[in-house]
Design a protein around this ligand. Structure first.
Ligand code: HEC
Length: 303
């Protein structure tokens, strides 16, 4: 692959960039790249994503206004309908969901597999750039490109975009992030004249898939929220099934042995099988929630 020596030479190039005060003057080729991305109603990309030292993988990324996208990789996909982002993992058939916000977009746009085109979704992609400099012209796979070396504020990331002279946007990039090198090169780029239909961006849980619960920090606030959600009304101050009151700190602590989850009544009850398993008459707690309870007990069951 010819891109590796390219990448090394552009890493060299970035050393000559000096951080500037205020907003940096961006090279015209980069401004145009952002303008073309901002104006595109939709964008479909097929590309090779490669962590240098590993074999390349086929990725597909489809964007459509407003805020819709689908990134398909060999291990799963990330899909946004413009309101909710769902990340699905093939191996475990599990998915998690987050709100689609500007903050989420800015983090997503910095992922090496997305960064060449993440500006499609960003309100102000130039604002996180510390410095950018246009370099050599090259021919990559029959396409004339201009190298643009970009460095970012508060990020140890060095990126070289390969901006296609004809279509005006990046064909790919070489990036170095926290000691890992990445290469991204598109085999097919389609800028759509219209937004795409919404059905490609709706998440429908695949048969047999399971939603992952957000993993809460192991604090008493999380424990109390879980007890309120799953153990009431059977263990409130009035019902106190088996004398167990889980409605307040004193009651919860009385049912555990701080520092020793394995011998704690509360932990045993959620790990039990059959009729003894808590919560009674309901599904078992997800493993992540039980682990959170165990960690809280292990850490001393503090208020
Ligand atoms: C639908 C009612 C109900 C719910 C909900 C419920 N429990 Fe219970 N729990 C009981 C009953 C009834 C008992 C008495 C023992 C029995 O019948 O198995 C009990 C007993 C217990 C005991 C004492 C068991 C022992 O052997 O020491 C613990 C600890 C406990 N529950 C914890 C929980 C926790 C933690 C939750 C929530 C994750 C929960 N329970 C949810 C009804 C409930």
């Amino acid at each position: 692959m010819r891109s590796l020596p390219l990448f090394l030479s552009s890493g060299f190039l970035i050393l000559s960039l000096l951080p500037q005060a205020g907003a940096p003057a961006l090279p015209g080729v980069l401004t145009r790249n952002f303008d073309v991305l901002a104006a595109a109603p939709s964008l479909t990309l097929e590309y090779k994503f490669r962590v240098v030292g590993e074999s390349p993988a086929d990725y597909k990324l489809v964007f459509s206004r407003p805020g819709q996208f689908r990134l398909t990789t060999p291990t799963g996909y990330v899909v946004s309908d413009g309101k909710v982002v769902t990340t699905y993992k093939n191996a475990t058939k599990t998915y998690s969901q987050e709100a689609f916000t500007d903050g989420w977009v800015n983090t997503f746009a910095k992922r090496p597999e997305v960064q060449a085109w993440g500006a499609f979704l960003q309100k102000d992609p130039a604002s996180s750039i510390e410095a950018a400099k246009a370099g050599q012209s090259r021919n990559i796979g029959g396409n004339e490109v201009t190298e643009v070396a970009v460095s970012f504020k508060k990020l140890p990331t060095v990126v070289t975009l390969y901006v296609d002279k004809k279509i005006g946007i990046a064909r790919g990039l070489a990036a170095s992030i926290e000691g890992k090198d990445y290469l991204v090169m598109a085999s097919s780029i389609t800028i759509g004249k219209d937004p795409l239909t919404t059905d490609g961006f709706a998440f429908v849980p695949p048969e047999g898939s399971k939603k992952e619960d957000a993993v809460l920090p192991a604090t008493f606030a999380s424990v109390q929220a879980l007890m309120n959600d799953k153990c009431m009304p059977c263990h409130d101050a009035v019902n106190r099934k088996d004398g167990v009151d889980l409605s307040n700190y004193a009651g919860i602590v009385a049912s555990v042995t701080p520092g020793d989850p394995a011998s704690s009544r509360l932990i045993k009850s959620v790990r039990a099988t059959g009729r003894d398993r808590m919560p009674k008459k309901a599904d078992a707690l997800p493993e992540a929630q039980i682990k959170m309870l165990e960690k809280w007990v292990q850490d001393g069951a503090k208020p």
